[in-house]
Design a protein. Sequence first.
Length: 282
Amino acid sequence: MAGVSRLIKETMTDILGGILTGAGIYSFAAGSGFQMAGVSGIALIIYRLTGIPIGRTILLLNVPIAAVCFKFLGKRFFLRSVRTLIIASFITDYIIPLFPVYTGDKMLAAICTGVLSGLGYALIFMNNSSTGGMDFITLSIRAKKPHISLGRIVFILDCMVVIAGAFVFRDIDAAIYGLMITWILTTVIDKTMYGIDAGKMTLIVTEQGELIGRHIDEHIGRGSTILKGKGSHTGTDKDIVLCACNNKQMYSIRSMVKEIDPKAFTIIVESNEVVGEGFKKS
């Protein structure tokens, strides 16, 4: 029963993700003549040239990509991605065309394209799946060239597709909107997947680590970890207080540290996601 429930949950997530991505691509991007990145962008070029349905083209383009990239991908991830791809393609071709196509302000259309598609892809990625296409290519390149960052691979591939669309249709505005959509889309994905649990992390280098740690616990309601360190210049023993919290709590911690130890060295960094006691469960 647990397996059936999980399959139903994953399928429903794929359906919702497919609706969001399909609406972004078909109802907003295609209707406004935008050029998107990835296999969806190639499908849009073909759609505008030939009228062949977007979802069908995405599915067909993924056949050779999957054949080449299969050996670099895990079997379970590959099969989940195939299921997601089929569902998303069917929805894009047969469900989304029933919705109205937006033909209003292009800036609003670009924002809606990025937000809807970003939400859809985030749901699919959080479901430990993908829509194939450039995801397969990106992961395969990374497997062969692990020294190249994923961000760089994605950026290069996306720019190639957007520039190709601009060259085919001689439309610089569409390319600019396409790059803007790509930025919005990736930002929405990051914020959806990590933003809810984002916050701050601080490293406080001080000689009064136990006192600061106790005040953080009593007044802020957060635990902390005290590491032992030594100053490289003076050789003096130091405490390093490590604490993760939200933005509001970090302001209080910074003010409190300044009051307790004005000489403390405080490092504050962004934390995309915090998992563990007091935060999101793993």
